[in-house]
Every structure is written in structure tokens, then in C-alpha cells.
Ligand binder design. Structure first.
Ligand SMILES: NC(=O)c1ccc[n+]([C@@H]2O[C@H](COP(=O)([O-])OP(=O)(O)OC[C@H]3O[C@@H](n4cnc5c(N)ncnc54)[C@H](O)[C@@H]3O)[C@@H](O)[C@H]2O)c1
Ligand SMILES: N[C@@H](CC=O)C(=O)O
Length: 498
């Protein structure tokens, strides 16, 4: 098999950012059982390198290392941890072009989007570096005579993180920076499709002075590694971003060790367009909300619900704009959509389109004979979609947009909530009463009104229903890695009533 690893390294200003080993206890580690797996560029299907698959004892060794390193990391002052995290942030920024190149090669997203993700990922490091200094406890007015009551915040312990391939860098930093700032050591298991962004982050963490054992990246068979992480009682927090299917599995596997779980799972976002909207403006926004990362985004607008009075005009603008989207290798310039992650994703997208057509949807676009490679999927718009179709029920994670018309606000609320998911919803209207009514009635963790962009470091990101548990980012994201310790200082003699 041809390996393009030399080619990848040559593309980087700093070839040491491309590592083909796991990173445990400050050391680059190969698999002791000799197992390895190739990593492919989804645009060309060529192997760009290999990763070792670690054995069970090696995963346990990572936990041992984290446990040993925890003692000193938690003992640092918050401002000392802040300094290390800011050094990490600076290094990520300084190496952003290399990080973006690595990401495009392993994930496929166009280079400008990869640059955007590096920036986005770095922003969480800076945010949590600062938030670590604000993990306040509280003073509680005492109901016990001569006692002083209060709380202090303490790191929860070793935190494991299992992350997806669609955002190979930012889904790590949003978790890891919060945990590190809170004083927790971290063990990251990235997706096997996109390990190199995680490993480059480890290289930069080491250069930033984050001690051995505090930031580890383990690689292996996903089911095997995850089982160990879940059943390891020394791991006190598990943060997962990925599909609802795997999220449910991890809940089950963690039951015996009763650990803190943060789950950022799938989405199936509705995009609601009110009758007062300019159909062109709304259609262009819907294109952005649907087709970023080639539709492989948990926030992708999958079900576009347009008021019947402007539906036809909206569809016209949407289809015109969709036809202008460029599909190709993300390393080339002027590309809007890169490949899907692998062939199975293309097959799933095709099956979803076929299912909709067989149940009466009208298809526009999506001439797959124009696809520039076997992992590419040309964008498709389906109109007249109904709740019986897979495109409505499933997260398609592909450039497949389902559109349908509605007539009243009550009807669109029911349609939008008709899903097991509850991550994000979009509303496009300028009628403040409609905005308020919809915003309150939508069963979603995040609602964005007249804006495609909704995320960033200050935001409490997360979903309800089968979209997950907990919030990442924002003022509360660090709480996922903190325990509240209550104290009662009794028999003080002089504090009652004072
Ligand atoms: N809510 C969010 O913030 C958010 C963000 C990004 C992606 N996602 C979701 O992630 C999904 C796409 O990512 P994906 O395909 O990588 O998800 P996935 O669930 O298949 O994989 C996620 C992680 O779990 C691991 N994994 C896979 N199978 C496993 C198993 N049997 N046991 C244990 N671990 C296993 C993978 O190796 C990967 O590291 C979508 O559903 C998307 O909505 C959610
Ligand atoms: N776009 C999301 C990732 C979802 O796939 C984010 O900003 O976190």
C-alpha cells in the first residue's frame, strides 16, 4: 500500500507535528502487540500514515501515568495552570497553518474551514485558561450554631475524552482545556479516522510545558479502548462527542464505575423560516447552515421548514445557490464541500435520498456522476419531505437537505420537535412575538435566531433529549470537571449570627 506520510510531513513547516505514535506519559509510544491501522485521506483514499493500536495494558499504563501526575497538577495554583494553557494556545496559533494542513488531509474539509477550526479550537484553550481562575466556591449562611458553612471546588480526577472525526481538533480542546484548567489530567481517544490533529496537539502541549502524564493520547480499537476507559474506576469523568448510538453504549459501560458523564451527541436541526422573511436571504442562510463541513456537522440544518407563502420562492433561491457550490479536494482553492469521511457515509446518504424519493419527495440536484471521487457526494435538495422519511428521522450527516412547507406556528413547532434529538434549532423571522413563542416551545438545547453562527467559547454548548447530557464551553463548561466539596466548620464559638 502506498503511504503518503512522507508527503504529508513535507507539506508541513514543522514536520515534527506529524506523529504516528500514541502519546502516553510524555512519551511517543508504539503498540506493544504490533497492531496498526492505516489512516486515509478521504479525498483520494490514499493512506497518509499509520497509527498503532495499543494493547489493554498500555491503556491502563496511561491511567497509571495520569494518576501519578495528578498529584502535582492539581497542586498548582490556577494562575500557574493558566500560564501553561496560554503557552499551549500561543503554540497552536503559531502552528495554525500546519494544523490546518493535517486536518484537511485526514478529515477532508476545505483548508479555509480547517483554518477556521484551528482558530475555533484554540479559542477554547484561551477561554478555559482564564476560567480556571474563576472556579469560585461559596459561603453559605449557617443554620448550625457557631458554624461556618461553604463550598470549595476541586478537580474531579482523571478525565477521559472520546472524540469524533468531523471536528478533529476543536472537539478535543473544548473538553481538554476545561479539564486541564480545572486541575484534571486528561486521556484523549480521538477517532481513528483523524488521529493526527490530536497527536499534533500533544506535541504542542509538551512544548507548552504541560507535564508528562497530564495530556495523553491513546489509540486503538475504539470499542476495546472505550470499554477500558469506561470500566476504569480511577477515571472519574468521561466526556464523549459522537453519535447517540455510541453515547448510549458508553452510558451502559460506565454504569459500574458511576463516573461523571458529559455527552455531546447527534443532532437533527430544524431550520424554521417565518412568512415575513425575505426568501432569498433565508435560503442563503439555510445553505450555510446545511452544507458546512459537507453536512457532517451536528448543527447541520437537516429539516428546513418554510412557511407555505414563501416556500416556492425559497426553494428556487436555495436550488440556485446550491448549484453554485463547488465540490472537490479541500487542498484546492475555491472548494465549498470536501469529501465525506468514507464510502459508507456516501452509501448512507444515497440510501436516505432513495428512501425519500420512494416515499414521494422531489429531488433537485445531486447528480452523483459529477462527483470528483468515490467519497464525494454532490449536494441534494429534497422537497415535500415528510415525517415518515429517513431524511426526517435520521441525522443524515451528508449534504442532503430536506425541505417542506408548513402553515401555522403551532404546526411548525410540532414538526420541529418531532425527533428524538434536541441539539440545535434555527429560526428565521423578524416578528418578535413569533421568535419568543418558537424559542420557548422548541425542545432544543440551543436556538439560534437569524444567525447561522451560534457557537464559540462563551457559549454553553449542548443538547437535550437524545442529544446529550451536560454543557461544554461557557461559564459552566469547567463544572463538568469539578466536584463541589461542602464544608461545615463547627464549634467556632464566635460566628453565629455574625
Ligand atoms: N453534540 C456535539 O457537540 C457533536 C459534535 C460533533 C459531532 N457530533 C456527533 O458525532 C457523530 C459523528 O461522529 P462519529 O461518526 O465520529 O461518531 P461515533 O459515535 O461513531 O464515534 C465517536 C467516537 O467514538 C468512537 N467509537 C466508535 N464506535 C465505538 C464503540 N463501539 N465503542 C466505543 N467507542 C466507539 C470513535 O472511534 C470516535 O472516537 C454525529 O452523530 C454527530 O452529530 C456531536
Ligand atoms: N459545529 C459543532 C460541532 C458539531 O459537529 C461545534 O461547533 O461544536
Amino acid at each position: 500500500m502506498t503511504t503518503l506520510s512522507t508527503t504529508l510531513a513535507k507539506r508541513l513547516e514543522d514536520p515534527r507535528l506529524f506523529r504516528q505514535y500514541a502519546y502516553v506519559n510524555g512519551k511517543w509510544t508504539h503498540g506493544e502487540g504490533g497492531r496498526e491501522e492505516a489512516v486515509y485521506d478521504p479525498a483520494t483514499n490514499e493512506a497518509i500514515g499509520h497509527i498503532p493500536l495499543l494493547e489493554a495494558e498500555q491503556i491502563t499504563a496511561a491511567v497509571d501515568a495520569a494518576e501519578a501526575a495528578f498529584v502535582q497538577w492539581r497542586a498548582l495554583r490556577a494562575d500557574e495552570r493558566c500560564e501553561r494553557l496560554l503557552a499551549w494556545y500561543d503554540l497552536i496559533q503559531a502552528n495554525r497553518e500546519d494544523l490546518a494542513t493535517i486536518m484537511t488531509l485526514e478529515q477532508g474539509k476545505p483548508l479555509p474551514d480547517a483554518r477556521g477550526e484551528v482558530q475555533y479550537g484554540a479559542s477554547f484553550v484561551r477561554w478555559f485558561a482564564e476560567e480556571g481562575k474563576r472556579t469560585y466556591g461559596e459561603t453559605i449562611p449557617s443554620h448550625i450554631p457557631n458554624a461556618s458553612l461553604g463550598t470549595i471546588k476541586e478537580p474531579v480526577g482523571i478525565a477521559a475524552m472520546i472524540t469524533p472525526w468531523n471536528f478533529p481538533l476543536a472537539m478535543i480542546t473544548r473538553k481538554a482545556a476545561a479539564a486541564l484548567a480545572a486541575g484534571c489530567p486528561v486521556i484523549v481517544k480521538p477517532a481513528n479516522e483523524t488521529p493526527y490533529s490530536a497527536l499534533a496537539l500533544a506535541e504542542l502541549a509538551e512544548r507548552a510545558g504541560i507535564p508528562a502524564g497530564i495530556f495523553n493520547v491513546v489509540l486503538g480499537d475504539p470499542a476495546e479502548v472505550s470499554k477500558i476507559l469506561c470500566s476504569e474506576s480511577r477515571i472519574r469523568a468521561l466526556s464523549f462527542t459522537g453519535s447517540t448510538r455510541v453515547g448510549r453504549l458508553l452510558i451502559e459501560q460506565s454504569a459500574n464505575t458511576v463516573k461523571r458523564l458529559s455527552l455531546e451527541l447527534g443532532g437533527n436541526a430544524p431550520f424554521i423560516v417565518g412568512p415575513d422573511m425575505d426568501p432569498k436571504e433565508a435560503a442563503f442562510a439555510a445553505i450555510d447552515a446545511k452544507f458546512q463541513t459537507a453536512g457532517q456537522d451536528c448543527l447541520a440544518a437537516n429539516r428546513i421548514l418554510v412557511h407555505e407563502s414563501i416556500h416556492d420562492e425559497f426553494v428556487e433561491h436555495f436550488s440556485e445557490r446550491m448549484a453554485a457550490l463547488t465540490v472537490g479536494n479541500g487542498l484546492q482553492s475555491e472548494i465549498d464541500l470536501g469529501p465525506l469521511i468514507h464510502r459508507q457515509a456516501v452509501e448512507k446518504a444515497a440510501a436516505i435520498v432513495d428512501d425519500a424519493i420512494s416515499k414521494g419527495a422531489t429531488v433537485i440536484g445531486g447528480d452523483q456522476s459529477q462527483a470528483p471521487g468515490e467519497n464525494f457526494f454532490m449536494p441534494v435538495m429534497l422537497t415535500g419531505v415528510t415525517a415518515q422519511m429517513k431524511v426526517w428521522r435520521e441525522e443524515n450527516f451528508a449534504p442532503v437537505a430536506g425541505i417542506t412547507a408548513y402553515s401555522t406556528d403551532d404546526e411548525v413547532i410540532e414538526m420541529a420537535n418531532d425527533t428524538e434529538y434536541g441539539l440545535a434549532a434555527y429560526i428565521y423571522t423578524h416578528d418578535i412575538r413569533r421568535i419568543w413563542k418558537l424559542m420557548r416551545a422548541l425542545e432544543y438545547g440551543m436556538v439560534s435566531v437569524n444567525s447561522v453562527k451560534m457557537t464559540g467559547p462563551p457559549v454553553p454548548f449542548g443538547g437535550v433529549k437524545q442529544s446529550g447530557l451536560g454543557r461544554e464551553g461557557g461559564a459552566t463548561g469547567i463544572d463538568e470537571y469539578l466536584e463541589t466539596k461542602y464544608y461545615c466548620l463547627g464549634a467556632l464559638g464566635s460566628v453565629s449570627g455574625s
